[in-house]
Design a protein around this ligand. Structure first.
Ligand SMILES: NC(=O)c1ccc[n+]([C@@H]2O[C@H](COP(=O)([O-])OP(=O)(O)OC[C@H]3O[C@@H](n4cnc5c(N)ncnc54)[C@H](OP(=O)(O)O)[C@@H]3O)[C@@H](O)[C@H]2O)c1
Length: 254
């Protein structure tokens, strides 16, 4: 197998300046893909990711775009096509959310969370799909979490957005499969990124994830990135509409 099997492919990874998105962008770059690094607020982190991807031999483009806004999603895909020449891989990774119990949520928090997390996936896929269909090859990977099916403290609306992502993933998978495009979701266990700083119980979450992990360690961003990259490979051509858990066995425990 080629050491750089994704050479000639262009990947857009939403929210790839930091955390899991960064690791995904770098893993795909290491496998030869050119990368569009998307960020919203943290430009310096995104610039560092872009520089690292470039050091791995990729052509790189950096786009500031809020994936919660439809016109900015279109800009993200359009700029990628203009600068890097296409979109072959889309990774819907960016996420945000209002952490509160369900009955304390309001419309603003609902729309914020659903638009950034779930609506973005559908409309980024819609914008990118024509370029993939043209080539008869494409990969779309979405990021979800166990909160889509389990109840976690304060996670209410984020969990609902993740359930929507998994459903969108299945619908896109079936519709796009005849075009050589696979669509799958990856569901990481607890990963110690900046996202956890927003949880009041961060230390408890980390300790509990470690204590219950059958594998005996926390999931790293790189663990997740390697599975995303596998789903982007030709070897994963028959994985269609699935949610793959990368959690060291956490989710299968009673
Ligand atoms: N960490 C975990 O334990 C865990 C577990 C399961 C699933 N996940 C999922 O994995 C994915 C990555 O999580 P993470 O922990 O790496 O998150 P993170 O460290 O909080 O990073 C979030 C990323 O999303 C970007 N972002 C946020 N809102 C955006 C918007 N409106 N438009 C564009 N970009 C936006 C941020 O950009 P800026 O840098 O510009 O702010 C940042 O790059 C998410 O989908 C998350 O739900 C995480």
């Amino acid at each position: 197998m080629s050491e750089r099997p994704l050479r000639g492919k262009v990947a857009v990874v939403t929210g790839s300046g930091r955390g899991i998105g960064r690791a995904i962008a770098l893993e795909l770059a290491g496998r030869g893909a050119d990368i569009c690094v998307n960020f919203l607020r943290k430009r310096s982190a995104a610039e560092a990711t872009a520089a690292e991807a470039q050091a791995r031999g990729s052509r790189v483009h950096l786009v500031k775009a809020n994936v919660g806004e439809l016109d900015e999603i279109e800009l993200l895909i359009r700029e990628t096509v203009e600068v890097l020449g296409g979109v072959d891989i889309l990774v819907g990774n960016a996420a945000s959310g209002v952490l509160k119990p369900a009955i304390e949520q309001d419309l603003k928090g609902w729309e914020w969370t659903m638009n950034i997390n779930a609506r973005s996936v559908l409309f980024a896929a819609k914008a990118a799909a024509p370029y993939m269909i043209e080539k008869g090859w494409g990969r779309i990977v979405t990021l979800t979490s166990l909160g889509s099916v389990r109840v976690m403290p304060e996670y209410s609306v984020v969990g609902v957005s993740k359930a929507a992502i998994e459903a969108i993933t299945r619908y896109l998978a079936v519709e796009l499969a005849p075009h050589g495009i696979t669509v799958n979701a990856v569901s990481p266990g607890v990963v110690d990124t900046d996202a956890l700083k927003f949880f009041p119980s961060r230390e408890v979450i980390l300790a509990e994830a470690l204590r219950r992990s059958p594998v005996g360690r926390l999931v790293t961003p790189e663990d997740v990135a390697k599975v995303v990259a596998f789903l982007c490979s030709d070897d994963a051509a028959m994985i269609c509409g699935q949610t793959i858990h990368v959690d060291g066995g956490y989710s299968v425990l009673a």
